[in-house]
Design a protein around this ligand. Structure first.
Ligand code: GRF
Length: 201
């Protein structure tokens, strides 16, 4: 199954997917292209180094026109015959116009144990709230922010001396492990949605 990875920045989760692919652990998923909404980000260099087409649709060219931005993304991805999408640090909200275009689904990784701390800066939210455990969530994307059916979660203990950055680094270790696994299972047709529940066969 040909998948697109959508990114906005550093791309460490993209790197985990590319490394899994190189190790033969992403099949039957194949990273067909990488699309960023921001030009010049390190994630694009990671794609280029791996020989994967790196596309840019700069959202600032579509001020206030979310549908126009999404249609431009869909046009780019259509050239690469993509059946499913993985959001890996993609910092734009997507609507059903985009989400419903992919029969294989759209999945995301989020650095908290949802439904706690949706939205931006989840590790900072967790520190500010004083929770003792946070973690990551791999989930299907639906019409609301960080709300879709949950595929995998992993807990990460919060240490007394953690700040948002140190907590986020340990959460990302879990994301890098689980996002490639979820992507391979998605492509293999082994993720079954039943309402909010996701079963792995
Ligand atoms: C990840 O922690 C992801 O959960 C969040 O943004 C971060 C992106 O990191 N949405 P990277 O670009 O994959 O390094």
């Amino acid at each position: 199954m040909r998948i697109a990875v959508l990114v906005s920045g550093t791309g460490s989760n993209l790197q985990a997917l590319l490394d899994a692919q190189a190790a033969g652990a992403l099949a039957p998923a194949e990273v067909a292209c990488v699309l960023s909404n921001r030009p010049g980000v390190p994630a694009l260099e990671r794609a280029a180094r791996a020989g994967v087409p790196a596309l840019v649709v700069d959202h600032t060219r579509f001020a206030g026109d979310r549908a126009g931005f999404e249609r431009a993304c869909l046009d780019e991805l259509a050239h690469h015959q993509v059946a499913a999408v993985v959001l890996a640090g993609f910092m734009r909200v997507l609507t059903p116009l985009f989400i419903d275009a992919f029969p294989g689904g759209v999945i995301n990784t989020h650095p908290s144990l949802l439904p706690a701390f949706p939205g931006a800066d989840a590790p900072a939210q967790a520190i500010a709230h004083g929770v003792k455990v946070s973690g990551c969530t791999i989930h299907f994307v639906d019409a609301r922010v960080d709300s879709g059916p949950i595929i995998f979660q992993a807990p990460v203990a919060v240490r007394d001396d953690d700040d948002a950055a140190s907590l986020h680094r340990r959460i990302q270790v879990e994301e890098h492990r689980l996002l490639p696994q979820a992507t391979a299972l998605l492509a293999a047709g082994r993720l079954h949605r039943d309402g909010r529940r996701v079963r792995v066969s």
